[in-house]
Ligand binder design. Structure first.
Ligand code: SAM
Length: 240
């Protein structure tokens, strides 16, 4: 997969060189390039914003540098991703769908966002997704882009060593049917007087699987009652 990221703060994207995403790049599983939007500005000050038409606070990113940059980067098979609080919610299903794409281009907004005509221009020309990573407002699209790039990258074949860990994740459409993941434990078996649930030491894999699903169901109800279990048979805890 190829990913291009456009930003006025290219250094903000430095974490793509680290950890899982960095390793995926050095393993040749993904190719990420960062572009400075200001390289397409034409004036001495490399200006990329102006006052909003109609008045109001803040500045708006001008369409010209976006047009020059995106014309250069976009291909017929690209998905243009525009992070924005006013977009559709990005979730695990979105990440899964994007993991099948060959080319993602992220357009990181700042200030009050990007002149709307940029999205209107590209919508009929390439696949375009305006997405929000949560119901809060960040200062720019870079942090949102880092979130999305990591969520997509870990779903690419070969990036995560044990595929089952992706299948079992919270929100995954796998064996846990989109439930949140339940509690996890490791050594020591006793820590500060607290013991690991004995069933996990039993070696009875069927009972352990049922217990995990039951815990996942309870945690989902407790933490995210808004989250209906999708598909599968998650109508409640597994009876004993
Ligand atoms: N005035 C805009 C609004 O209320 O929708 C907020 C603009 S925000 C200060 C600047 C940029 O941060 C946005 O253009 C977008 O790129 C990014 N951003 C902020 N919050 C975001 C979120 N929850 N999801 C995705 N991107 C976000």
């Amino acid at each position: 997969m190829r990913i291009d990221i456009v930003s006025i703060f290219p250094q903000y994207l430095a974490p793509v060189q680290l950890s899982l995403v960095g390793r995926a790049q050095s393993d040749g599983l993904i190719d990420i390039e960062i572009h400075d939007l200001r390289d397409a500005a034409t004036d001495r000050h490399r200006t990329v914003d102006d006052e909003p038409y109609g008045g109001g606070p803040g500045m708006v990113m001008t369409p010209e540098p976006w047009g020059v940059t995106l014309d250069r980067l976009l291909r017929p098979d690209s998905l243009l991703v525009v992070p924005t609080p006013s977009g559709r919610r990005f979730d695990q299903r979105t990440a899964t769908a994007w993991a099948d794409r060959r080319h993602l281009v992220f357009a990181c907004g700042r200030y009050e966002g990007i002149d709307t005509r940029v999205m209107e221009y590209y919508r009929p020309r390439v696949d375009l997704a305006e997405v929000c990573i949560g119901d809060y407002v960040l200062a720019g699209g870079e942090a949102a882009t880092l979130v999305m790039v990591e969520a997509v990258t870990r779903l690419l074949p070969g990036v995560v060593g044990n595929v089952q860990s992706i299948v079992d994740d919270s929100f995954a459409d796998g064996d846990m049917e989109s439930l949140l993941e339940g509690p996890v434990y490791t050594r020591p078996a006793k820590w500060r007087g607290m013991e690991v649930p004995s069933i996990l030491l039993s070696g009875d894999h069927g009972s352990i699987a049922r217990w995990r699903r039951d815990q996942a169901w309870q945690r989902t109800r407790q933490m995210r009652p808004d989250l209906p279990p999708r598909g599968g048979t998650s109508s409640g805890p597994v009876p004993d």
